[in-house]
Design a protein around this ligand. Structure first.
Ligand code: FE2
Length: 268
């Protein structure tokens, strides 16, 4: 049976979060957290510097080496750009470095896939992060998301243009698009075309309901997911991340599949 048929079948243990395993050092396994909203005051994430530092402290205690911080860039709601984000990020980076000098912070973004994203690609004006692919090649990654309510339009062309511009696309929280829950071949198709698939820790913990939990679990079980991310907007998301240290599913995935958050490079 093809994996996407298995994906549709219920009865997987991934339907219910299981946190019964002996804990592992999660940060040592995943190394970088690659999706979070920790730049204070620029989107719906951290509101103040102290909020940001409290979340970073949680990552440090979990043993992470660093984090790629990804503020929303959405032309209608969060019209951010590198110019608007960089000063607030640098302020945070200096404050974090004073406390945890070994912990790396990198500024990227979570782009909403719309006309503005297409314009940023055309202008080669993108916030990206440096990573290493499964063949050991250095790549430039760009995190993007779709809307939650309607399937994306024209995304194949935009993703193709992104790749032609020399970037690897990274899809945020692939389990959070309900219109594809019964069409997982859509996610598989993106993965087959070189898009890195990520899932959110909170989804694996059931915070968004059983369907998101099921789909996220299946993406890990089948090795389609390349990264598990906090997508932290607040400490509740760091709690979800920390809980994964006892997840048999995450432990199995992290020892049998490529975990591409291990290949994030701190230099730019
Ligand atoms: Fe996000």
């Amino acid at each position: 049976m093809a994996w996407w048929n298995l994906f549709n079948a219920r009865s997987s243990e991934a339907d219910r979060p299981d946190f019964s395993a002996a804990p592992i050092d999660l940060g040592k396994q995943l190394v970088f957290d690659v999706h979070s909203h920790l730049v204070p005051g620029v989107d719906d994430g951290a509101e103040a510097l102290d909020d940001s530092l409290a979340m970073i402290e949680r990552l440090v205690k979990l043993g992470y080496a660093g984090a790629v911080i990804t503020p929303h860039i959405h032309s209608d709601i969060y019209p951010n750009s590198e110019r608007s984000l960089r000063p607030a990020f640098e302020h945070l980076r200096k404050a974090a470095a004073a406390r945890w000098p070994q912990f790396h912070l990198h500024l990227a973004a979570e782009y909403f896939l719309d006309d503005h994203f297409a314009e940023c690609i055309a202008a080669d004006d993108l916030l990206w992060f440096p990573a290493t692919d499964e063949e050991g090649r250095k790549v430039k990654c760009v995190l993007f998301e779709f809307g939650f309510h309607e399937p994306p339009m024209n995304h194949d062309q935009v993703i193709f243009d992104l790749q032609m511009a020399g970037y690897t696309g990274v899809l945020a929280h692939a389990e959070r698009y309900p219109y594809w829950h019964r069409q997982p071949d859509q996610i598989r198709s993106l993965s087959d075309r070189g898009v890195w698939i990520t899932v959110n820790a909170a989804s694996l913990g059931g915070a968004y309901g059983p369907e998101m939990c099921r789909v996220a679990g299946q993406l890990l079980e089948k090795g389609v997911a390349k990264m598990v991310c906090s997508d932290a907007h607040g400490l509740r998301h760091m709690d979800s991340l920390a809980a994964l240290a006892k997840s048999p599913l995450v432990q199995q995935w992290s020892t049998t599949h490529a975990v591409l958050s291990r290949g994030i490079r701190s230099e730019h």
